[in-house]
Design a protein around this ligand. Structure first.
Ligand SMILES: NC(=O)C1=CN([C@@H]2O[C@H](COP(=O)(O)OP(=O)(O)OC[C@H]3O[C@@H](n4cnc5c(N)ncnc54)[C@H](OP(=O)(O)O)[C@@H]3O)[C@@H](O)[C@H]2O)C=CC1
Ligand SMILES: C[C@H](O)[C@@H]1OC(=O)[C@H](O)[C@@H]1O
Length: 256
């Protein structure tokens, strides 16, 4: 009588950066929860591998080889989806990257690449999906931030700034779009083993430094992230708005 549905049956989700890592895991997890999934990245072979897993879960996959820093690519994706009458119920802004330079060494090109990939693309996709969700009576937007947007890490000031901006953008979009039945939330992961972090986590000393500030004394498994991502995309989160859910093994509460 009180338990809402965690199912994504009958929904269509768009996940950026779904060719590898966290985006691939979320896309497949959404398919396992019943959603059709639109997946975006620059590498078609990666997308086809993710699409295979989505189809094995029994739902439809739509692949778009695109660069999320190129607005015309994003416009073309939504034009194609409109033409095919594919309604986006859930958007996951996941695509992201990092160049871990010290502040005094950050080049203008690095600034632009990190900002455009991590932040601007999320805003562009949110605008495109948000205007359609407003017309359709609602939807769910989940953007992948990071603990780096909440506490200071040694992994680069520009990356951290994009992730902090995502946390605030989430609040402002929730403020504007809540009235349209759109839930806008963010997930802030701590370390998860993906191609982005593989080299870092292979360094024993670095890994020990991570575990020393992680109450659960382990890095995240991708399945640890898919549950919260499904929750925020489902009816179970219909009254959750503007929030950032840190999925971090307790790292952000670590004191002394
Ligand atoms: N792994 C971790 O520990 C953490 C990750 N995060 C965040 O999670 C998100 C995913 O990270 P993770 O899975 O580790 O990263 P990966 O590098 O493993 O995967 C990133 C995905 O994004 C795609 N991508 C990158 N740039 C672009 C672009 N310009 N256009 C289209 N697609 C792009 C990549 O595909 P391709 O290069 O082929 O385009 C790839 O599919 C990022 O936002 C990251 O900041 C946050 C905290 C911790
Ligand atoms: C936890 C951070 O987001 C982590 O730091 C990095 O250098 C990687 O880019 C991960 O995203």
């Amino acid at each position: 009588m009180y338990l809402p549905s965690f199912s994504l049956e009958g929904k269509t989700a768009l996940v950026t950066g779904a060719g590898r890592g966290i985006g691939r895991a979320i896309a497949i997890g959404y398919a396992e929860a019943g959603a059709d999934v639109v997946i975006v990245s620059r590498t078609q072979s990666d997308l086809e591998e993710t699409a295979e897993h989505i189809q094995q879960a029994g739902t439809k996959a739509y692949t778009f080889e695109a660069d999320v820093t190129n607005k015309s690519h994003i416009e073309a994706i939504f034009e194609k989806l409109d033409t095919q009458n594919v309604k986006i119920d859930i958007l996951v802004n996941n695509a992201g990257m990092n160049i871990r330079s010290k502040a005094l060494e950050v080049s203008d090109e690095e600034w632009d690449t990190i900002m455009n990939t991590n932040l601007r693309s999320a805003f562009w996709f949110s605008q495109k999906a948000g205007e359609r969700m407003k017309e359709n009576g609602g939807g769910k937007i989940v953007t992948i931030s990071s603990v780096a947007g909440h506490v200071a890490l040694r992994t680069g000031v520009v990356y951290a700034s994009t992730k902090a901006a995502i946390i605030q953008m989430t609040k402002n979009l929730a403020l504007e779009w809540g009235q349209y039945g759109i839930n806008v939330n963010s997930i802030g992961p701590w370390y998860f083993k993906t191609p982005l972090t593989e080299k870092l986590l292979a360094d024993k000393d670095y890994l020990n430094d991570i575990l020393a500030v992680t109450p659960q004394k382990r890095v995240g498994e991708l399945s640890d992230l898919v549950g919260p991502a499904v929750f925020l995309a489902s009816d179970a989160a219909n009254y959750v708005n503007g929030q950032t859910l840190f999925v971090d093994g307790g790292m952000t509460i670590q004191g002394f």
